[in-house]
Design a protein around this ligand. Structure first.
Ligand SMILES: [Ca+2]
Ligand SMILES: [Ca+2]
Length: 189
């Protein structure tokens, strides 16, 4: 019986790894202020790319509580602009801080599936700094961010996401369940 409890704990532990909130966090402290960001975060699973203006830039913004932040570049003013986030492995959960919003509903946050299929179009529901939390939509492949319409623009920080578990992790969990079943059949538990 002790063995069964131990193996169950291991199996639950493996399952827990796949479902315990966003598993990757980017704070934009990883590179120096002024760094133009494109594929530096690819090893973590996200690539930033140009939309209408320039690539985003790690920058200071005293209006954001955990600066440095990632701001758009090349728009009408310093923090106004747009950019794409592409998740190299599709994700099921994305969160990030956004702001500083001076107007309600001025931000554009469009969420797409891995095949660029539109999933949802979001905006800031208040002013100030707003946590954008996206889940329950299935696989997410791309997010478009646009702060052009907000006075003095807006940026993002603390980007967190959960990748869809790799086949290896699912296999590992499956092996755990299989071992329990095999031991049970052998009546050793
Ligand atoms: Ca930060
Ligand atoms: Ca603003």
């Amino acid at each position: 019986m002790k063995k069964l409890i131990m193996i169950c704990a291991i199996v639950l532990g493996v399952a827990g790894l796949a479902s315990a909130g966003p598993t990757t966090l980017i704070t934009f402290d990883e590179f120096p202020v002024g760094t133009v960001i494109s594929n530096q975060y690819a090893p973590l699973g996200v690539i930033f790319s140009v939309a209408t203006y320039n690539l985003p830039v790690i920058s200071m913004n005293g209006a954001m509580p955990t600066q440095p932040i990632l701001r758009p570049d090349g728009g009408p003013s310093t923090y106004q602009g747009d950019f794409w986030m592409q998740f190299t492995t599709p994700v099921v959960e994305v969160q990030f801080d956004s702001g500083y919003w001076d107007s309600i509903g001025s931000g554009i946050i469009d969420v797409y599936g891995p095949a660029m299929n539109p999933l949802v179009s979001l905006s800031n529901t208040g002013t100030g700094v707003e946590l954008i939390s996206i889940s329950g939509l299935g696989s997410i492949g791309y997010i478009y961010f646009n702060s052009v319409a907000d006075p003095a623009g807006g940026d993002i920080d603390n980007l967190a996401f959960t990748q869809i578990p790799a086949p290896g992790a699912i296999l590992l969990g499956g092996i755990g369940v299989g071992v329990v079943g095999w031991l049970r059949r052998r009546r050793t538990l």
